[in-house]
Design a protein around this ligand. Structure first.
Ligand SMILES: *Cc1c(COP(=O)(O)O)cnc(C)c1O
Length: 385
């Protein structure tokens, strides 16, 4: 097979980026923080939200700013979904705050409301009321927003929504990124749309938006000279990145349709297989962008085919797949922080695999993926007759 390598999730140019880049250069919008408001307006329009948007140079920096806006300080505790990428947790540590990890639930793979409430009660009984709840829309699937919101309201703890992977997803017709008190997107190269590197913060008021931008541009106070009373950061998005983002946003609906159609393609590919299931929206309240299509493999039913055997077989054919998030509470870096829950996240990691999901995945690529999968399933005698 002489086919180019097939990636898990690669950038996909719309061809409309150059026009915006040329405009930015013509206007001399070269400094970071200048000329990005059009992109912020585009995002706000796409989300059809009254909330405010502050573009940043990454999703990670947006998460860091989000924690700061919620008043998280060194030594504070932050409840954090364990089933996620490390970039969710790292900003908690940048501040010197303490992550308290919470397990997932089976329907969305995101934060379990029951484990969350137990964690809150336990931390409060130790006199350490958590400062924030950091939930994730993993693989584009919205978290259990109503149930988590009810707990957040009951205990008066704000929600920071890491929607890095879920731009375009919705819960009960509400866009992900607007479900928490503060939301975060990533426009890194592997996400559904990209600004090469970038992110955004979604906040409830102009005051919060202005404060985010102030912190993101070195916290300069109003004075004719450089005056600083607070610690600042260099986190603003550049207009060149914003220009790429504007060109990408123009085709967002097509990108969404493509990722969602890939999920259906894989569902068909595994339809006749007892023991492999595609991760799907639990019910009509959930609308996922299916940033990545993910499967669970029950190795009792697949004659020993494990996610790692699946991955290495595909890798030999030049097709990239990836194991799921190894839970944060099981990472060498984070394993000494408190954890509340059972084995849900750990089991997802053990049994799951992410499949190629780029919006640029064409029919030819799908045909190679299909034939590799068919071969593998035949080798393991997994197809139901
Ligand atoms: C990609 C990602 C981030 C970080 O975003 P960057 O733009 O790469 O900094 C944070 N959280 C999750 C869940 C992500 O997938």
């Amino acid at each position: 097979m002489t086919q180019n390598r097939i990636y898990l999730s690669e950038p996909h140019s719309s061809g409309k980026e150059l026009r915006y880049i040329e405009e930015a250069i013509r206007k001399n919008w070269i400094s970071s923080g200048v000329g990005v408001s059009d992109f912020e307006d585009d995002i706000q329009r796409f989300l059809t939200t009254k909330k405010w948007v502050c573009a940043t140079n990454s999703g990670t920096s947006a998460l860091h700013l989000g924690l700061l806006l919620l008043g998280v300080q060194s030594g504070d505790e932050v409840l954090c979904q364990t089933f996620t990428f490390s970039a969710t947790v790292n900003p908690i540590r940048y501040i010197g705050a303490i992550p308290v990890f919470v397990d997932s639930e089976r329907a969305t793979w995101n934060m379990c409301p029951k484990a969350l409430e137990l964690a809150i009660q336990s931390r409060c009984s130790l006199g350490k009321k958590p400062k924030a709840i950091l939930v994730v829309d993993s693989y584009g699937m919205p978290f259990q927003a109503d149930a988590i919101r009810a707990i957040a309201t009951k205990y008066e703890i704000p929600i920071l929504e890491d929607s890095a992977e879920a731009f375009g997803s919705q819960y009960k017709k509400q866009p992900c990124g607007t479900l928490g008190d503060i939301g975060v997107f990533s426009f890194n190269g592997n996400k559904i749309i990209t600004t090469s590197s970038g992110g955004a913060l979604v906040v409830a008021s102009k005051e919060l938006r202005d404060r985010a931008f102030y912190l993101a541009t070195q916290a300069k106070d109003a004075a004719p000279y450089y005056l600083h009373s607070e610690l600042g950061y260099n986190y603003a998005m550049s207009a060149i990145s914003a220009a790429i983002g504007r060109g990408q946003l123009e085709v967002m609906e097509e990108r969404l349709a493509a990722r969602r159609s890939h999920c259906l393609f894989y569902e068909k590919a595994f339809a006749a297989v007892d023991g492999i299931s595609v991760f799907k929206e639990p019910n009509a309240d959930f609308f996922s962008n299916y940033w990545l299509t993910v499967i669970q493999i029950d190795k009792e039913k697949t004659n020993g085919l494990t996610p790692e055997l699946f991955r290495s077989f595909m890798e030999k054919q030049g097709i990239e797949t990836r194991l799921l998030w190894k839970p944060m509470h099981q990472q060498p870096l984070f394993c000494n922080y408190p954890y509340y829950g059972g084995q849900v996240a750990a089991t997802l990691f053990e049994n799951g695999l992410c499949l190629p999901s780029s919006s640029s995945l064409n029919q030819e690529a799908k045909n190679s993926i299909q034939s590799c999968i068919s071969q593998l399933l035949k080798d393991y005698d997994c197809i139901a007759s």
